[in-house]
Write a protein that binds this ligand. Structure first.
Ligand SMILES: Cc1cc2nc3c(=O)[nH]c(=O)nc-3n(C[C@H](O)[C@H](O)[C@H](O)COP(=O)(O)O)c2cc1C
Length: 155
């Protein structure tokens, strides 16, 4: 199985998680960047930029990724929860992905451990791109939990 990690991160918790777990796997990793970066100021990013995007369902432009996604069996998609669902640049990525033939495993983390966030994310991802098979991965779990989960996908 050939797996690709794709992630979005603003304050680098998700970045740390994927880099940590990937010491075990050494998969290729790509990061989603908004074309115009979010403010580094939390209040501006959270209460202005990100909030408006989620409320209006705006998919902002993202930086070009020079990756042949269909050469991978699975994408392991990681993101923080932003306003109860995934950050909108993740929506852009999924919408632009077209008809990825493999599966996308979804891993999310957030400050509050509300299981609704994962439900929302799965529902919203499926709405954006109906051609893709999304599989619920883990929500707010440890690096070790992730490693064990991903080893099971590999079998
Ligand atoms: C714009 C924004 C919105 C957020 N919305 C939520 C939220 O709705 N619920 C929550 O529990 N945490 C929320 N958080 C906290 C993040 O999900 C959490 O800190 C996450 O670990 C950050 O990951 P990162 O460092 O990879 O960006 C939000 C953070 C930001 C910046």
């Amino acid at each position: 199985m050939k797996n690709l990690i794709v992630y979005f991160s603003w304050s680098n918790n998700t970045k740390r998680l994927v880099e940590d777990l990937n010491k075990t796997f050494n998969f290729d990793i790509v990061r989603i960047f908004r074309e115009v970066p979010y403010s580094e100021d939390y209040d501006t990013c959270a209460y202005k930029e990100a909030k408006e995007e989620v409320e209006k369902q705006i998919h902002p432009a993202i930086k070009k990724m020079n990756v042949d996604f269909n050469s991978y069996d699975n994408i392991l998609l990681f993101f923080p929860i932003w306003w109860y669902t995934f950050p909108m640049p993740v929506g852009t990525f999924i919408s632009e992905l077209g008809n990825f033939k493999g599966k996308i495993y979804v891993f999310a983390n957030s400050y509050t451990n509300d299981p609704k966030y994962m439900e929302n994310s799965m529902r919203d991802l499926r709405k954006i791109n109906k051609n893709i098979t999304f599989v619920e991965g883990l929500f707010n779990k440890s690096t070790k939990n992730h490693i064990d989960f991903i080893k099971n996908i590999e079998k």
